[in-house]
Design a protein around this ligand. Structure first.
Ligand code: 1CP
Length: 368
């Protein structure tokens, strides 16, 4: 296996900017991301579209696999809008996945029912050289069409959030060939093949920047970068694997679409979150459930925060959920804040619990 002498740098693909949406009425979510506090905190839920919704399962069953669903704009748009119709959150998140980027670059990506993502792992320099980030925009054209369809359907006071995986998190799937518990393959690879790792992160930065800019040009009004597995990165590699690739994407996106707010969600990095915010240039930060309210309020002095009800409360429902959600609201809603979960909705969550939570947050605007 030889990994040396790779550059992995791609030339940005030219494309025509399109109309950028500007909301006619105030949007609580975008206001919060710009540092304002409104009549009530805005909310949306990570994985608000997905398997816990019967109407999602119905469309999913009609699709020829999960990626087919992501790449069929009419269906992906319907799925994006399903939770909006049910719960009326303040933001819709584009229905897609973080693994469309390796798929676009030419890696074999599949999703097996009940098992999760399965990728043919990148194990050699030849595998790496076969990846081509320059294909990203063409391959993901259906996703941009989904963004246009959704924006045309969304009420003006609901914002459209685009997203992508951060390079490190996407790289874990590309090297491990799927989900991992210990990340030994990818961590070993980074240690023994640093130039190959740098080349792959470089490809991911380029592809992800193009992908996010194109989402904004198609109508996304804010973006979220998911660094779900930032928790696995040793402190000594944090700058190289988490901070630097994220900062490059933030800089690249802002150079071309300066006004779009970017939320960074780096899970499990606890005390390093403040550095993450300052050094990457993200506009707002997503909090996982290990973040204490004291930490969250300190972060709120630097930027708006989003979070952090543990999804287990939503799964449980009832008075414990209500009490836990009230605590989050009491502790954080005085500053710039977007109510959300600490991670995605669990697939066994009864949607009645989600309805109840949405109503509870909305009631905060009725004088609570
Ligand atoms: O068969 C199915 O229906 C698959 C389930 C599913 C869904 C609904 C997958 C496979 N992806 C998605 C959609 C998705 N994924 C969205 C849009 C929907 C929404 O939020 O409403 C988003 C934002 C993601 C992001 C995503 N995908 C992340 C980051 C967020 C997180 O959950 O930490 C990650 C890590 C993935 C990879 C992935 N894709 C699918 C699964 C089951 C996974 C996770 C696998 C793992 O735990 O390692």
């Amino acid at each position: 296996m030889r990994w040396n002498n790779l550059t992995g740098i791609v030339t940005p693909v030219e494309h025509q900017p399109e109309r950028q949406f500007s909301p006619a009425v105030s949007n609580l979510f975008l206001d919060a991301l710009s540092g304002q506090t409104g009549p009530r905190p805005p909310f949306w839920f990570m994985r608000q579209a997905g398997r816990y919704l019967p109407e999602y399962r119905e469309i999913r069953a009609q699709a020829d696999g999960f990626l087919d669903l992501c790449y069929t704009p009419e269906r992906a748009a319907r799925v994006t809008l399903q939770p909006i119709d049910r719960f009326r959150p303040d933001a819709a998140i584009l229905f897609s996945d973080i693994l469309v980027i390796p798929d676009a670059m030419g890696q074999e990506v599949g999703f097996s029912e009940g098992f999760g993502p399965v990728l043919t792992p990148v194990t050699s320099q030849a595998d790496l050289e076969r990846l081509d980030p320059a294909r990203t925009l063409d391959h993901l054209a259906p996703v941009f069409e989904t963004v246009r369809l959704v924006r045309a359907e969304l009420p003006d006071d609901v914002a459209l959030l685009g997203f992508a995986g951060a390079p490190w998190t996407v790289a874990t799937y590309m090297i491990e060939g799927g989900s991992s518990r210990d990340f030994n393959q990818v961590k070993g690879w980074v240690i023994s093949e640093p130039s190959a790792a740098a080349a792959m992160l470089g490809m991911l930065v380029e592809a992800t920047t193009e992908y996010l800019v194109a989402q904004v040009e198609a109508g996304a009004q804010a973006l979220q970068l998911f660094d779900t597995w930032a928790s696995a990165v040793p402190a000594s590699s944090f700058e190289t694997l988490v901070i630097s690739p994220t900062r490059q994407i933030v800089d690249g996106v802002k150079a071309r679409t300066p006004d779009v707010p970017i939320i960074g969600f780096a899970r499990g990095i606890g005390p390093r979150l403040a550095d993450y915010v300052r050094e990457t240039g993200i506009d707002a930060v997503g909090l996982d459930s290990a973040i204490t309210f004291d930490q969250a309020r300190e972060l709120q002095d630097i930027c708006p925060v989003q979070g952090n009800l543990d999804p287990a409360y939503l799964l449980a429902g009832g008075p414990p959920m209500e009490a836990a959600a009230n605590q989050v609201l009491d502790q954080l809603a005085d500053g710039p804040f977007v109510f959300n979960l600490a991670h995605g909705i669990h697939k066994d969550t009864p949607f009645a619990h989600v309805e109840a939570l949405a109503e509870q947050i909305r009631d905060r605007g009725a004088g609570a």
